[in-house]
Design a protein around this ligand. Sequence first.
Ligand SMILES: [Zn+2]
Length: 332
Amino acid sequence: MPMNKEQLKKNQPIVYRTLSNALQKNRLAHAYLFSGPKGSPKKEVALLLAQSIACTHRDADGFACQTCDCCRRIANEESIDFFWKHGIDHKKVVKDPFSKQAKTIISSRIKKTDIVELQSFFEATSAEKDNSRVYILEDYDQATPEASNSLLKFLEEPQPGIYGILVADEVNNVLPTIQSRCQSIVFRPPSIDDLYDALKEEIDDEKANMLAHSGYMYEQAIEIANDSQFEIIEQAAKNYREHWQSWQAIVDMQTQIFVPKSPLCDKTWIRIWIQWLLFFIKKDKTLSLTTRVDLELILVEAIDTLRIPVDLGLFLDRVYAQIRKVVQNERR
Ligand SMILES: [Zn+2]
């Protein structure tokens, strides 16, 4: 998926301007350190920068077209001028030329052998004289000290035409000696769109969409999504949504989901159940506009009420009753 450059310009204006200036004036640093919260598009921009260094169809701001052969080869990791050490747990399927079976390689933290591999990759592929070459090292904040010591030697004797991009969530975990040899590019927290894109790589689309639009941070969202209760709550919200005009829907909620003193009957899960309802209602074109607005008001107010100490049983009964009243009017 090509990076949305307009989105980048809007959401990360300083990153955009800094890189655009360097590309346009041909004043790239030989090493960059991209840092910022998880979910901000550091990896995507690292790839865009790698493409921008090589692409011959750059846009007015100096960025790659992302569609030409050269850009595609880089994105597909088929370029001999490009080395990409992926982030931890990244899965890459490679075809073994000697057997027909493809195998999956799962990336781990950067070790000394990775840096040795990087150096020999660039030595082995003595590229055409004018070709610039780029490497990306993701999750650099997790690299072993031995890896950093090897990389340091590489950074101390920069070779013309070789550019490095180190990517890290936590800049404080990167050795100061490495930091001082890189130009630092700091990313802002992700926008909702960026967060959604990042979450989609880990969890299914609808869950990613709901969590991104409900104001969670990346780590929080992943933690919630990996909790087995989350699935139950999602299903409960779907079932309730289908029958919310009926008493049975309320009874089901009371006796199967938010049973008083059960683990699910807890503010966190009630809030998430409400957020699922809000998410469904926003998308639901079968509801009239007034009904949608009325329901959203009830639910937003309910989330607010959860901030203060409240009897959860009574609170939920009131929410069910308010919703039922609105959706019954709709049906008349
Ligand atoms: Zn291109």
